[in-house]
Design a protein around this ligand. Structure first.
Ligand code: ADP
Ligand code: MG
Length: 250
């Protein structure tokens, strides 16, 4: 298993900088402060977990970092580039090439093979499939799926589909990997396999990984943890004592 980053020595750089970000949603007459004055930065090659109860703002924060939704105020920088200063088409290209996103429901194309799904972002980027296929196979091998390369995705188990989605999110070199509750639909054995893979991607391949989750086990695999509570970064003591909010939805 050979990935680009393995051979080079990396000096850490700031990949993500979130600077005093607020996100307010307007729902009928109500305002929802989904993210409130959140600031942090993340260095290359780190695996960061973002924990919080359902409804605490995890997905919103991930979507903000992915440039899928603009902040109400504050700024987000990826590799020193301010997302809000980019034009739409520049942001679309940047997102495709520099950010790998793994959504909770995988978003794979069910009738295409695992390998074709992994190739997809490059094909949209006008690379020919036979040029990118060796790389797709290599990534699926790293994900422990070399025996599933030519299988249709709808024939794979949940854990396998999740790993195909991660392989697809890694098809561009050096991209940031953002994951929304990737272990949420998996049993604990499959969930732990995903966590080990993410750990390996950061340690061996110097990938920057941000995973939002409410699965406390993640913290024993990540380098750093950020806990959010009602849209704000929780203090150390809040982190320990925050109960699950009953009845809140995902
Ligand atoms: P989590 O992923 O931690 O469960 P979310 O980021 O999905 O939390 O949601 C945080 C808060 O923002 C919740 O109160 C949710 O209802 C609200 N919210 C999220 N997205 C929207 C939206 N598009 N419109 C209105 N409210 C939203
Ligand atoms: Mg969510």
């Amino acid at each position: 298993m050979n990935m680009e980053a393995n051979k080079t020595i990396h000096s850490p750089e700031t990949v993500v900088k979130v600077d005093q970000v607020f996100k307010v949603f307007q729902r009928k007459k109500n305002m929802v402060n989904a993210i409130e004055n959140v600031s942090f930065s993340i260095q290359s090659g780190t695996f960061v977990s973002i924990m919080g109860a359902s409804g605490s703002g995890k997905s919103t924060l991930l979507h903000l970092m992915a440039g899928l939704t603009p902040p109400t105020s504050g700024k987000i920088f990826l590799w020193d580039k301010s997302l809000s200063d980019m034009k739409d088409n520049e942001l679309t290209l940047f997102r495709r090439q520099k950010i790998g996103i793994v959504f909770q429901n995988y978003n794979l194309l069910p009738t295409m093979t695992a390998a074709e799904n992994v190739c997809l972002p490059k094909i949209i980027d006008k690379t020919r499939i036979n040029k990118v296929m060796p790389r797709a196979n290599e990534l699926l091998d790293i994900m422990g799926l070399s025996h599933r390369v030519s299988h249709r995705v709808d024939e794979l188990s949940g854990g396998e589909q999740q790993r195909v989605a991660i392989a697809r999110a890694l098809i561009f070199e050096n991209s940031l990997l953002l994951l929304d509750e990737p272990t949420g639909n998996l049993d604990s054995r499959n969930g732990e396999q995903i966590l080990k893979l993410l750990r390996q991607l950061a340690t061996e391949f110097h990938r920057t990984i941000i995973m939002v989750t409410h699965d406390a086990k993640t913290q024993s695999y990540s380098d750093e943890n950020i806990t959010i509570h009602d849209g704000k970064i929780a203090t150390e003591s809040e982190n320990v004592s925050t109960p699950e909010i009953p009845g809140s939805k995902n």
